[in-house]
Design a protein around this ligand. Structure first.
Ligand SMILES: NC(=O)c1ccc[n+]([C@@H]2O[C@H](COP(=O)([O-])OP(=O)(O)OC[C@H]3O[C@@H](n4cnc5c(N)ncnc54)[C@H](OP(=O)(O)O)[C@@H]3O)[C@@H](O)[C@H]2O)c1
Length: 198
Protein backbone atom coordinates (compact mmCIF):
# COMPACT_ATOMS: atom_id res chain seq x y z
CA UNK A 1 0.00 0.00 0.00
CA UNK A 2 1.49 3.33 -0.99
CA UNK A 3 1.19 6.47 1.07
CA UNK A 4 2.71 9.86 0.44
CA UNK A 5 1.62 10.73 3.99
CA UNK A 6 4.47 8.61 5.28
CA UNK A 7 6.84 11.37 4.29
CA UNK A 8 4.74 14.51 4.10
CA UNK A 9 1.69 14.56 6.38
CA UNK A 10 2.42 16.06 9.79
CA UNK A 11 -0.47 14.42 11.62
CA UNK A 12 -4.23 14.11 11.54
CA UNK A 13 -6.94 11.96 13.03
CA UNK A 14 -7.71 10.16 9.78
CA UNK A 15 -4.08 9.16 9.35
CA UNK A 16 -3.75 8.00 12.96
CA UNK A 17 -6.92 5.91 12.64
CA UNK A 18 -5.45 4.45 9.46
CA UNK A 19 -2.33 3.53 11.43
CA UNK A 20 -4.61 1.82 13.97
CA UNK A 21 -6.15 -0.21 11.16
CA UNK A 22 -2.67 -1.06 9.91
CA UNK A 23 -1.66 -2.33 13.34
CA UNK A 24 -4.41 -4.97 13.15
CA UNK A 25 -3.60 -6.00 9.55
CA UNK A 26 -0.05 -7.17 9.87
CA UNK A 27 0.25 -8.52 6.33
CA UNK A 28 -0.32 -5.02 4.89
CA UNK A 29 2.85 -2.97 4.66
CA UNK A 30 3.06 0.76 4.10
CA UNK A 31 5.59 2.21 1.67
CA UNK A 32 6.39 5.14 -0.55
CA UNK A 33 5.18 5.20 -4.15
CA UNK A 34 8.58 3.97 -5.33
CA UNK A 35 8.72 1.15 -2.78
CA UNK A 36 5.20 -0.10 -3.51
CA UNK A 37 5.72 0.08 -7.28
CA UNK A 38 8.82 -2.07 -6.85
CA UNK A 39 6.99 -4.55 -4.62
CA UNK A 40 3.58 -4.86 -6.28
CA UNK A 41 2.53 -7.26 -9.02
CA UNK A 42 -0.78 -5.49 -9.59
CA UNK A 43 -0.55 -1.79 -8.76
CA UNK A 44 -3.59 0.30 -7.78
CA UNK A 45 -3.84 3.97 -8.64
CA UNK A 46 -5.97 5.43 -5.82
CA UNK A 47 -4.41 8.86 -5.88
CA UNK A 48 -6.23 12.11 -6.58
CA UNK A 49 -6.71 12.18 -10.37
CA UNK A 50 -4.95 15.54 -10.63
CA UNK A 51 -1.84 14.01 -9.04
CA UNK A 52 -1.81 10.50 -10.53
CA UNK A 53 0.80 11.13 -13.25
CA UNK A 54 3.13 12.90 -10.78
CA UNK A 55 2.70 10.06 -8.26
CA UNK A 56 3.66 7.51 -10.91
CA UNK A 57 6.61 9.68 -11.99
CA UNK A 58 7.98 9.35 -8.46
CA UNK A 59 8.49 5.61 -9.01
CA UNK A 60 11.36 3.95 -10.87
CA UNK A 61 10.35 3.42 -14.49
CA UNK A 62 11.89 -0.07 -14.50
CA UNK A 63 9.50 -1.12 -11.70
CA UNK A 64 6.46 -0.32 -13.85
CA UNK A 65 7.51 -2.39 -16.86
CA UNK A 66 4.85 -4.94 -17.81
CA UNK A 67 2.85 -4.41 -14.63
CA UNK A 68 -0.91 -4.04 -14.40
CA UNK A 69 -2.18 -0.71 -13.07
CA UNK A 70 -5.71 -0.96 -11.75
CA UNK A 71 -6.88 2.64 -12.06
CA UNK A 72 -9.78 3.70 -9.84
CA UNK A 73 -9.00 7.43 -9.95
CA UNK A 74 -11.27 10.22 -11.18
CA UNK A 75 -10.50 13.76 -12.27
CA UNK A 76 -12.98 15.64 -10.09
CA UNK A 77 -11.86 19.25 -9.80
CA UNK A 78 -13.24 21.05 -6.74
CA UNK A 79 -11.18 24.21 -7.30
CA UNK A 80 -14.25 26.22 -8.36
CA UNK A 81 -16.45 24.78 -5.61
CA UNK A 82 -19.44 22.50 -5.87
CA UNK A 83 -20.42 20.75 -8.01
CA UNK A 84 -16.96 19.67 -9.16
CA UNK A 85 -16.03 19.63 -12.84
CA UNK A 86 -13.79 17.13 -14.63
CA UNK A 87 -10.22 18.22 -15.32
CA UNK A 88 -10.03 15.75 -18.25
CA UNK A 89 -13.08 14.91 -20.36
CA UNK A 90 -14.76 14.53 -23.75
CA UNK A 91 -11.95 13.42 -26.05
CA UNK A 92 -9.60 12.07 -23.38
CA UNK A 93 -9.55 10.35 -19.99
CA UNK A 94 -7.20 10.09 -17.06
CA UNK A 95 -6.62 6.43 -17.86
CA UNK A 96 -5.50 7.25 -21.39
CA UNK A 97 -3.29 10.05 -20.07
CA UNK A 98 -1.58 7.60 -17.71
CA UNK A 99 -1.24 4.92 -20.40
CA UNK A 100 0.32 7.44 -22.78
CA UNK A 101 2.76 8.73 -20.15
CA UNK A 102 3.72 5.18 -19.06
CA UNK A 103 3.50 2.92 -22.12
CA UNK A 104 5.21 0.03 -20.27
CA UNK A 105 2.26 -0.24 -17.87
CA UNK A 106 -0.95 -2.11 -18.70
CA UNK A 107 -3.59 0.29 -17.42
CA UNK A 108 -7.11 -0.95 -16.70
CA UNK A 109 -9.82 1.39 -15.49
CA UNK A 110 -12.34 -0.12 -13.12
CA UNK A 111 -14.32 0.51 -9.91
CA UNK A 112 -14.24 4.31 -10.32
CA UNK A 113 -18.04 4.54 -10.71
CA UNK A 114 -18.85 3.71 -7.09
CA UNK A 115 -18.04 4.54 -3.50
CA UNK A 116 -14.93 2.89 -2.03
CA UNK A 117 -16.96 0.76 0.42
CA UNK A 118 -18.87 -0.85 -2.44
CA UNK A 119 -15.74 -1.45 -4.52
CA UNK A 120 -14.61 -4.17 -2.11
CA UNK A 121 -18.01 -5.34 -0.88
CA UNK A 122 -20.72 -5.36 -3.61
CA UNK A 123 -22.93 -7.41 -1.25
CA UNK A 124 -23.53 -4.27 0.82
CA UNK A 125 -26.26 -3.48 -1.71
CA UNK A 126 -29.46 -5.57 -1.68
CA UNK A 127 -29.21 -6.44 -5.40
CA UNK A 128 -26.43 -7.26 -7.84
CA UNK A 129 -24.99 -4.20 -9.56
CA UNK A 130 -22.30 -3.69 -12.20
CA UNK A 131 -18.65 -2.82 -12.39
CA UNK A 132 -16.97 -1.74 -15.64
CA UNK A 133 -13.54 -2.40 -17.15
CA UNK A 134 -11.65 -0.46 -19.84
CA UNK A 135 -8.19 -1.28 -21.15
CA UNK A 136 -6.17 -2.42 -24.12
CA UNK A 137 -4.45 -5.53 -22.80
CA UNK A 138 -6.56 -8.73 -22.43
CA UNK A 139 -4.14 -10.42 -19.99
CA UNK A 140 -4.18 -7.33 -17.78
CA UNK A 141 -7.97 -7.41 -17.80
CA UNK A 142 -7.90 -11.07 -16.74
CA UNK A 143 -5.69 -10.15 -13.77
CA UNK A 144 -8.03 -7.30 -12.85
CA UNK A 145 -10.98 -9.71 -13.06
CA UNK A 146 -9.25 -11.95 -10.50
CA UNK A 147 -8.94 -8.95 -8.18
CA UNK A 148 -12.62 -8.09 -8.71
CA UNK A 149 -13.63 -11.70 -7.97
CA UNK A 150 -11.68 -11.54 -4.71
CA UNK A 151 -13.81 -8.52 -3.72
CA UNK A 152 -17.05 -10.45 -4.41
CA UNK A 153 -17.83 -9.35 -7.98
CA UNK A 154 -19.18 -12.22 -10.11
CA UNK A 155 -18.42 -12.59 -13.82
CA UNK A 156 -22.00 -11.56 -14.60
CA UNK A 157 -21.50 -8.27 -12.73
CA UNK A 158 -18.43 -7.28 -14.75
CA UNK A 159 -19.00 -5.40 -18.01
CA UNK A 160 -15.93 -5.15 -20.23
CA UNK A 161 -16.58 -1.93 -22.14
CA UNK A 162 -13.66 -2.43 -24.52
CA UNK A 163 -10.45 -0.57 -25.20
CA UNK A 164 -8.93 2.16 -23.08
CA UNK A 165 -10.89 4.98 -24.73
CA UNK A 166 -14.04 3.59 -23.08
CA UNK A 167 -12.70 4.91 -19.77
CA UNK A 168 -13.98 8.30 -20.95
CA UNK A 169 -17.50 6.99 -20.39
CA UNK A 170 -17.01 5.81 -16.82
CA UNK A 171 -15.00 8.90 -15.84
CA UNK A 172 -17.75 11.11 -17.28
CA UNK A 173 -20.33 9.31 -15.15
CA UNK A 174 -18.94 11.12 -12.12
CA UNK A 175 -20.93 14.37 -12.47
CA UNK A 176 -24.12 12.26 -12.29
CA UNK A 177 -22.69 10.22 -9.40
CA UNK A 178 -22.10 13.42 -7.43
CA UNK A 179 -25.69 14.57 -8.08
CA UNK A 180 -27.06 11.15 -7.08
CA UNK A 181 -25.13 11.41 -3.82
CA UNK A 182 -26.81 14.76 -3.18
CA UNK A 183 -30.31 13.59 -4.14
CA UNK A 184 -30.18 10.29 -2.24
CA UNK A 185 -28.16 11.73 0.67
CA UNK A 186 -25.98 8.62 0.56
CA UNK A 187 -22.99 7.34 -1.41
CA UNK A 188 -24.31 3.77 -1.17
CA UNK A 189 -25.83 3.35 -4.62
CA UNK A 190 -24.48 1.87 -7.82
CA UNK A 191 -25.36 1.29 -11.44
CA UNK A 192 -27.19 -1.92 -12.33
CA UNK A 193 -27.64 -2.34 -16.07
CA UNK A 194 -30.87 -3.96 -17.28
CA UNK A 195 -30.53 -5.33 -20.79
CA UNK A 196 -33.48 -5.81 -23.14
CA UNK A 197 -33.65 -8.22 -26.06
CA UNK A 198 -31.49 -7.08 -29.00
N1 LIG B 1 -13.32 7.74 -2.05
C1 LIG B 1 -14.14 7.08 -2.87
O1 LIG B 1 -15.18 6.52 -2.46
C2 LIG B 1 -13.78 6.98 -4.34
C3 LIG B 1 -14.68 6.37 -5.22
C4 LIG B 1 -14.33 6.25 -6.57
C5 LIG B 1 -13.13 6.73 -7.03
N2 LIG B 1 -12.29 7.35 -6.14
C6 LIG B 1 -11.05 7.90 -6.64
O2 LIG B 1 -9.97 7.35 -5.89
C7 LIG B 1 -8.93 8.32 -5.73
C8 LIG B 1 -8.66 8.55 -4.24
O3 LIG B 1 -9.81 9.07 -3.65
P1 LIG B 1 -9.85 9.68 -2.17
O4 LIG B 1 -11.25 9.59 -1.74
O5 LIG B 1 -8.79 9.05 -1.35
O6 LIG B 1 -9.58 11.23 -2.30
P2 LIG B 1 -8.59 12.18 -3.12
O7 LIG B 1 -8.47 13.40 -2.35
O8 LIG B 1 -9.10 12.34 -4.51
O9 LIG B 1 -7.18 11.42 -3.16
C9 LIG B 1 -6.39 11.37 -2.04
C10 LIG B 1 -5.16 10.55 -2.36
O10 LIG B 1 -4.39 11.21 -3.38
C11 LIG B 1 -3.06 11.34 -2.89
N3 LIG B 1 -2.43 12.54 -3.44
C12 LIG B 1 -2.96 13.77 -3.48
N4 LIG B 1 -2.06 14.63 -4.04
C13 LIG B 1 -0.95 13.91 -4.34
C14 LIG B 1 0.31 14.22 -4.94
N5 LIG B 1 0.59 15.45 -5.37
N6 LIG B 1 1.19 13.21 -5.11
C15 LIG B 1 0.89 11.97 -4.69
N7 LIG B 1 -0.27 11.60 -4.13
C16 LIG B 1 -1.19 12.56 -3.96
C17 LIG B 1 -3.20 11.42 -1.39
O11 LIG B 1 -1.99 11.08 -0.76
P3 LIG B 1 -1.72 11.47 0.78
O12 LIG B 1 -2.65 10.67 1.61
O13 LIG B 1 -0.29 11.08 0.97
O14 LIG B 1 -1.97 12.95 0.89
C18 LIG B 1 -4.30 10.39 -1.14
O15 LIG B 1 -3.75 9.08 -1.15
C19 LIG B 1 -9.43 9.61 -6.41
O16 LIG B 1 -8.93 9.68 -7.71
C20 LIG B 1 -10.95 9.42 -6.41
O17 LIG B 1 -11.58 10.13 -7.45
C21 LIG B 1 -12.58 7.48 -4.81
Amino acid sequence: MMCRSLAKRKDGTSFSSFLGWLATHLTVKLGTHAQTAAHGVVLVNATNGGASVDALRSTNAADLKGKVLLDIANTLDFSKGMPPSLSISNTDSLTETIQQAFPALHVVKTLNTMNASLMVAPDLLPERTNVFMSGNEPTAKSKVKEVLHSFGWADADIIDLGDITTARGTEQFLPLWVRLYGALQSPMSNLGIVQGKP
